[in-house]
Design a protein around this ligand. Sequence first.
Ligand code: ZN
Ligand code: ZN
Length: 166
Amino acid sequence: MLETVLDNVGGLSKRHTPESLRALLLARSTRRPDGCLIVQGYGTQRGVHQKIAGRAWAHIVAYAVFVGPVDPTLKVDHTCGVKDCVEPTHLRQISHAENCRTRVQAPTCRNGHERELDPATGRLRRQCRRCNADAQQRWRIRQAAERAASLTPQGMAESKARWDAR
Ligand SMILES: [Zn+2]
Ligand SMILES: [Zn+2]
């Protein structure tokens, strides 16, 4: 079989050619003042990846027919961050690792605790253990205070004594 730019585009219905897809994409898109070319795929949801020409992702089709063959080991990424944009100059192929790296991680949590490295992913943990522990402590104190407030003066004193004894 002859290799074509459409080889690695999944979900395309057979009758399409690069020419028909270029025409289809342009017919279904609108240029925005910021330069994005917004495609309207099937379904009513906007601002998300769009499907066209069967069950194919519009941004992947656009990459193939306007930029070149799709490398199936890489991801088609939007430099503009607009998921329903098919402007060829806003599309590029990057590896999954590169995709992760572009999202910079802060070395500390928002309370200044140093973040832990997750050995499974090589990334910093999203959750801060110390913040979690602090939050749980605050929750326990609040629970105890609420319980105490609903008790009789005597019960309140007992509850306080129990709490203080901890
Ligand atoms: Zn764009
Ligand atoms: Zn923290």
